[in-house]
Design a protein around this ligand. Structure first.
Ligand code: ZN
Length: 233
């Protein structure tokens, strides 16, 4: 990065003209006067273009988030005043999921799920799905382990080693709603790791919605069990 050397946004306006897009914060979607933190000019070999990257900060106190803007002049236009701007949002690192009841059953689920949320917030959409799929497997297995810890015939290693999670769901879950949600989750999860998608109209958002439903159901069942045990009626 160059030092700013008194280079300001008005200089950029003079250099390019029409920098309005830079003044719409991609985080809070408000029209702002961004603070120019730094900037860097470079030649992009792949695009065969001179590019200019700006590091900008939203000047609203309530937002004050950082974003990047890549600027380049469109080569096919003879006049050098046609500006193309692409916004790049820096990753949000504050997306954190936590739930003490779920953490008691599966701390690994919490950890993998949070890594996946982070990957998603960084725009790594092609790999965060695999993370969610892995998180679901830990949650399903840990929930089976926690529900069967007092069962003497239960072999914990069978669950840990099993690669057939659908079979585990069918064998160990009794509640038809839980079985149905867990299976749907797993099928969508597999779509994130396989070459071809089976459920083309469904995406990561659907998978996260189903994870939420699954978590609600587990938590509801745990509360019901707790009061059944305590009150015996
Ligand atoms: Zn903002």
């Amino acid at each position: 990065m160059y030092n700013l050397d008194n280079f300001t946004l008005s200089d950029l306006h003079n250099e390019y003209g029409g920098l309005d897009v830079v003044e719409n914060c991609p985080h809070c979607s408000v029209s702002i006067s961004p603070i120019l933190i730094s900037h860097h000019k470079f030649y992009d070999e792949a695009m065969n273009l001179l590019m200019h990257t700006l590091v900008l900060q939203c000047n609203r106190n309530k937002c004050s988030r950082i974003y990047l803007a890549d600027i380049w002049l469109q080569a096919e236009f003879p006049s050098n005043d046609v500006v193309v701007i692409d916004h790049l949002i820096l990753p949000k690192v504050n997306v954190v999921f936590n739930d003490p009841k779920i953490a008691e059953i599966s701390p690994e689920f919490i950890s993998i799920y949070n890594e996946s949320l982070k990957a998603e917030s960084m725009g790594l959409l092609k790999i965060c799905g695999c993370g969610y799929r892995k998180a679901i497997e830990f949650l399903v297995k840990d929930y089976i382990i926690s529900s069967n810890k007092e069962n003497e015939d239960f072999d914990i290693n069978d669950i840990k080693k099993s690669t057939r999670v659908i079979k585990l769901i069918e064998k160990y879950f009794e509640d038809p709603i839980l079985i149905s949600v867990a299976k749907k989750l797993f099928w969508l999860g597999n779509d994130e790791t396989h070459y071809e998608r089976k459920w083309e109209s469904k995406d990561i958002k659907d998978m996260k919605n189903l994870i939420e439903v699954f978590l609600y159901k587990i938590k509801m069942d745990l509360s019901i069990q707790k009061y059944n045990n305590e009150m015996g009626i």
